[in-house]
Design a protein around this ligand. Structure first.
Ligand code: IPM
Ligand code: MG
Length: 359
C-alpha cells in the first residue's frame, strides 16, 4: 500500500528556492521507487514572507506546518532585511517556527565523507573518520529567556539584556534525546556547559549526571564550552555525541560543520515531543550566490533524507538518497564550495541531474 505524506515546503530566501527545487525532484524520484507518495504544499517564511505579508512567519504558514507530517525548510535571510529590528527580521520567522512547533531537539550530524577530506581546512589525519552528532537544545536558553530587550536606565544609558535560563524539565527532555541518540551510535555522550561560571550550567551538569543513571551503557563526560571549541579543532575524533544548550550548540555546530569541509554538506533535524519535525540544512541563505546556479544542494537533499529517516520512519528511502549523494561524489561531481583538483565542477541544477541519474 502506498504511504502518503503531506510535506510543507518552505523554500525561504537566497539560494533556498534553488536547492529546494533539486530536493523535491529527488524526493519524487525516490517516492516512486519506494511506494511512498508525497503531497507537497508550499508556504512563505523569512524575508519572502516579510515582503508578501509583513510578517516573517505568517499565521497560515504555521498552521500549514502543524497540519503536515513533516516540514522541509531551505534557508532564510539576506542583505535586504538586515536592517530591520530584531523582532521583524527573517530569523524571527525561523525562531517562531521552532518554538511554535515545540521543536526542542536539534540533531546536527557532522561526519566527514572520505570523498571530501581534501576540502577540509584541517589536516587529513585530524579529520579522517570524524563522525559527530551535535544535539542542540532549540527552544530554550538565552534565545528565548525572559527578561530580554534593550532598556533605558535611570541615567538614560541603554542596557541590552538577555537571560540564559533552563528549567529541570527542559534539561531532562533534551538530555533523554541525547542519551537515546548516543545509545544508537558509539555510546559516548559529552555534555558541554560553562558550569565553572554560570549557575544555569551547574543545573545543566547536575541533571545530565543524574540522567546518566538511567543509561548505564552510555559513557557520559562533561566539558566546558571554551575547551570544547578547542578540542573540536585539536582532536575531533574524541567526540561521538555532544549535547548542549541553544547558544553553545549554535556555535559548536558551525565549528563541527567546518571539520567536514563545507557547511554546504550538512543537514539537520529538529524534533518535538510529538507533531511534525522540521528538517533544514545547517547553512544559511548565501545571498551572495543566490540565483546564479552555484549553490550546493546536498545539505538540503540530505535534510530530506533525515526527514525520511527521523520524521517519517522510512529508512529505506533515506538510505537511497544518502547512497545517491555518495555516488555522485564518487563520480567526481562537485559544486564550487567543495571543489578540489581533478573534480568536475557542476552547478546546483547539474548536481540535481547527477543525483537523478544515479537514483
Ligand atoms: C542556526 C542559525 C539560526 C540560529 C539563526 C538563523 C536564527 O544560525 O540554525 O544555527 O541561531 O539558531
Ligand atoms: Mg547557527
Amino acid at each position: 500500500m502506498t504511504q502518503r505524506y503531506r510535506i510543507t515546503l518552505l523554500p525561504g530566501d537566497g539560494i533556498g528556492p534553488e536547492i529546494m527545487a533539486v530536493t523535491v525532484d529527488v524526493l519524487k524520484k525516490v517516492a516512486a521507487q519506494t511506494g511512498i507518495a508525497f503531497d507537497f504544499q508550499e508556504a512563505l517564511v523569512g524575508g519572502a514572507a516579510i515582503d508578501a505579508t509583513g510578517s516573517p512567519l505568517p499565521a497560515d504558514t504555521l498552521a500549514m506546518c502543524k497540519d503536515s507530517d513533516a516540514v522541509l525548510l531551505a534557508a532564510i535571510g539576506g542583505y535586504k532585511w538586515d536592517n530591520l529590528p530584531n523582532d521583524s527580521r527573517p530569523e524571527k520567522g525561523l525562531l517562531n517556527l521552532r518554538s511554535g512547533l515545540g521543536l526542542f531537539a536539534n540533531l546536527r550530524p557532522a561526519a566527514i565523507l572520505p570523498q571530501l577530506i581534501d576540502a577540509s581546512s584541517l589536516k587529513r589525519e585530524v579529520v579522517e573518520g570524524v563522525d559527530i552528532m551535535v544535539v542542540r537544545e532549540l527552544t530554550g536558553g538565552i534565545y528565548f529567556g525572559q527578561p530580554r530587550g534593550i532598556f533605558e536606565t535611570e541615567t538614560g544609558e541603554k542596557r541590552g539584556v538577555n537571560t540564559m535560563v533552563y528549567s529541570e524539565s527542559e534539561i531532562d527532555r533534551i538530555g533523554r534525546v541525547a542519551f537515546e541518540t548516543a545509545r544508537k551510535r558509539r555510546k559516548k555522550l559529552c555534555s558541554v556547559d560553562k558550569s565553572n561560571v554560570l549557575e544555569v550550567s551547574q543545573l545543566w551538569r547536575d541533571r545530565m549526571t543524574q540522567l546518566a543513571a538511567a543509561y548505564p551503557d552510555v559513557e557520559l563526560s562533561h566539558m566546558y564550552v571554551d575547551n570544547a571549541a578547542m578540542q573540536l579543532l585539536r582532536a575531533p575524533k574524541q567526540f561521538d555525541t555532544i549535547v548542549t544548550g541553544n547558544l553553545f550548540g549554535d556555535i559548536l555546530s558551525d565549528a563541527a560543520a567546518m571539520l567536514t569541509g563545507s557547511i554546504g554538506m550538512l543537514p539537520s533535524a529538529s524534533m518535538g515531543a510529538n507533531g511534525p519535525g522540521l528538517f533544514e540544512p545547517v547553512h544559511g541563505s548565501a545571498p551572495d550566490i543566490a540565483g546564479q546556479d552555484k549553490a550546493n544542494p546536498l545539505a538540503q537533499v540530505l535534510s530530506a533524507a533525515m526527514m525520511l529517516r527521523y520524521g517519517l520512519n522510512q529508512p529505506e528511502a533515506a538510505d537511497q538518497i544518502e547512497q545517491a549523494v555518495l555516488k555522485v561524489l564518487d563520480q567526481g561531481y562537485r559544486t564550487g564550495d567543495i571543489l578540489s583538483e581533478g573534480m568536475t565542477l557542476v552547478g546546483c541544477k547539474g548536481m540535481g541531474e547527477a543525483l537523478l541519474a544515479v537514483l
